[in-house]
Design a protein around this ligand. Structure first.
Ligand SMILES: Cc1cc2nc3c(=O)[nH]c(=O)nc-3n(C[C@H](O)[C@H](O)[C@H](O)COP(=O)(O)O)c2cc1C
Length: 212
C-alpha cells in the first residue's frame, strides 16, 4: 500500500561533489554539494542563491567538480555548515552555519593547480573535473531560490588505479563515491545485478567481470 506522506525532502541519493571556485579576492572557496547530474561531457548543478559558490560561478564562469570517495567523508563533513559568504544570512545562521574563509584548511585538504581553469583542484579527490559554466538558469518553485548551472567538463583527471587499463573508462568496481541520501552519508558500492545498459554500451568492465 502506498501512502501520501507529503514529502518535505526529495534527496533520494546522489554523489557528493566538492566544488572549488575562486572568490572575489582570488582565494579559493570549497563547498560540498550533491544536486548534480551528468550527461555526455556536461553537468547540471543545483546551487542555492545564498551560497558563495553561486556568486563565484556567476562571476568567474569556472569551477572544479572534485568527487570524494566514501573514505573522505570526514573531510566533507568538516565543511558542512560553513560558508564562504562573509555575511551569514539569518536563515543559515539559524541552521548553525558559520563564515569560513579558508575551507581547504578546515577540511584538511590540499589545493592543486588546475590545467585549464583558475580554480584549484582538491588533490585528495580521486576524480577532478575542470569545468566552464555554459549557462545559468533560475531554479525552484513557486519562486526561484536556486540557480541551475550547466557546466562543460573541459578536463577530467582520474586517479590512475581507477582507470580500466588501456581504456578511457572509470572502473565502476574500484570507484566508491560518497553518496548523500536524505542528508545522510553512504558508501561502499557493490555490483548487485548484470546491467543491460552496460551491455548495450559495450562497457569494458562487463567484459572483464564476465571473463573473470
Ligand atoms: C553533503 C552536502 C550536500 C549538499 N548539497 C548541496 C546542494 O546540492 N546544493 C546546495 O546549494 N547546497 C548544498 N549543500 C549546502 C552547501 O554546502 C551550503 O549552501 C554552503 O553554504 C555552500 O558553501 P558556500 O556558501 O561557501 O558556497 C550541501 C551540503 C552538504 C554537507
Amino acid at each position: 500500500m502506498h501512502v501520501v506522506p507529503g514529502l518535505k525532502v526529495l534527496y533520494f541519493g546522489t554523489p557528493v561533489v566538492l566544488i572549488s571556485s575562486l572568490n572575489e579576492d582570488g582565494t579559493a572557496n570549497l563547498a560540498p554539494m550533491s544536486s548534480a547530474w551528468w550527461l555526455g561531457q556536461s553537468c547540471m548543478l543545483g546551487l542555492g542563491n545564498g551560497a558563495q559558490t553561486t556568486a563565484n560561478l556567476l562571476r568567474e564562469g569556472e569551477c572544479v567538480l572534485n568527487l570524494p570517495s566514501s573514505a573522505m567523508v570526514d573531510a566533507v563533513d568538516r565543511l558542512a555548515l560553513t560558508t564562504g559568504k562573509a555575511v551569514v544570512s539569518d536563515h543559515k545562521a539559524k541552521q548553525g552555519y558559520r563564515h569560513e574563509p579558508d575551507k581547504f584548511s578546515v577540511a584538511r585538504l590540499t589545493e592543486q593547480a588546475s590545467d585549464l581553469v583558475r580554480a584549484p583542484r582538491v588533490a585528495e579527490c580521486p576524480i577532478q573535473l575542470e569545468c566552464r559554466v555554459v549557462s545559468a538558469h533560475p531554479f525552484g518553485s513557486p519562486s526561484p531560490s536556486a540557480t541551475a548551472f550547466q557546466v562543460e567538463v573541459v578536463r577530467a583527471h582520474v586517479e590512475e588505479e581507477l582507470v580500466l587499463p588501456g581504456t578511457h573508462y572509470v572502473d565502476p568496481l574500484g570507484w566508491d563515491p560518497l553518496i548523500m541520501k536524505f542528508c545522510e552519508f553512504f558508501g561502499g558500492g557493490h555490483t548487485i545485478h548484470p546491467s543491460r545498459l552496460a551491455e548495450g554500451w559495450n562497457m569494458p568492465h562487463l567484459h572483464r567481470s564476465t571473463a573473470g
